[in-house]
Design a binder for this molecule. Structure first.
Ligand code: ZN
Length: 323
């Protein structure tokens, strides 16, 4: 396939990332474009077509790659097997548009559309922290929680393509409301916004003195960022919130391991930057919560390696591999 390339897109709630790369050797070169995510399906299709034109020109000029092989999209939300976003609270203007179909008509190359975390899981499995691990999960701890499942070396998609919505496992039916309409979803506790909420709860209960002082005195202004700074400096009240957060994350990891018996849980998303504070308390809590943990090897909890490009890389790889 020398001389050919693939384009992968990560269509996030606010940001769009596009990558062109050689699917035979994704590490050799990459060309990227970034921008805001268009609000309507028509604008998204137009932006993708224009962006691919730019990537094509640059790939031809600088890498002598002239042939666009396939295009892959990773999108936040429920994406069906036909490549249509069926539910996406952050992308209401794109829901129910047959994106794969419309892009194939415009671009005349194969187009594959997936859930963003599913695509990222595939990238980590093929090229990142999950290489060589045939039973693995990717859990992204960002604003929300995304997940992708690899079993027997294959992606698990479920009947419709909706498998892996681990963030909406209900872990406390009387817990806080989730934007999805349910109460006590796992991502209300174990995501970046969950960390912020746990911190504000601690501040309102009179703990986190130093952090509250740092933000000017109002417990409502405490966010995960300030908490992380305080915890790194050794603030015991901040570290206690991290321990609580790690327990909630570990609760989901244990439930998922009980269900799927994976070898590794690869942890991605923005909170990976706090892995130094989180991994150890997560491991301790996880081993306590896991069923029959003294009779089995617990899954390894390992940080993701591909960073924010994993969704676009995985989408591009899947588009080629599905040909
Ligand atoms: Zn939910």
């Amino acid at each position: 396939m020398s001389g050919s390339f693939v384009c992968g897109f990560d269509v996030g709630g606010t940001k769009l990332l596009a990558l062109a790369f050689d699917p035979e050797d994704p590490a050799r070169w990459r060309i990227e474009r970034r921008g805001p995510t268009p609000r309507t399906a028509d604008d998204l299709v137009k932006t993708i077509v224009t962006t691919i034109g730019e990537l094509h020109d640059e790939a031809e000029r600088t890498k002598a790659c002239t042939h666009l092989h396939a295009v892959g999209l990773g999108i936040a939300g429920l994406v069906d097997r036909g490549g249509t976003l069926r539910f996406g609270p952050n992308l209401p203007g794109i829901v129910d548009t047959p994106l794969a179909e419309r892009l194939v008509a415009e671009l005349e190359v194969p187009v594959d559309v997936e859930n963003d975390a599913t695509a990222a899981a595939w990238a980590e499995h093929r090229l990142g922290a999950g290489m060589g691990i045939d039973e693995m999960l990717l859990i992204t701890l960002g604003t929300g929680i995304g997940a992708g499942i690899v079993s027997g070396g294959h992606l698990v998609l479920g009947r419709h393509g909706f498998a892996g919505e681990a963030g909406h496992m209900i872990v406390d039916p009387s817990g806080p409301l989730c934007p999805c309409g349910q109460r006590g979803c796992w991502e209300r506790y174990a995501s970046g916004s969950g960390l912020g909420r746990l911190a504000r709860e601690a501040a309102e209960a009179g703990r986190l003195h130093n952090v509250v002082e740092e933000v000017g005195g109002d417990p409502d202004d405490v966010r995960g960022e300030e908490l992380t700074v305080a915890a790194r400096a050794g603030d015991r009240e901040a570290l206690a919130v991290f321990d609580t957060f790690a327990w909630w994350a570990a609760l989901g990891f244990a439930n998922l391991t009980n269900l799927l018996d994976v070898e590794a849980i690869v942890i991605g998303g923005g909170l990976v930057s706090a892995a130094d504070l989180l991994l150890e308390p997560m491991r301790v809590a996880y081993e306590k919560l896991l069923y029959a943990s003294d009779r089995r090897a617990p899954a390894r909890l390992i940080p993701a390696e591909l960073g924010e490009e994993s969704g676009a890389v995985g989408a591009g790889l899947l588009a080629v591999e599905r040909l």
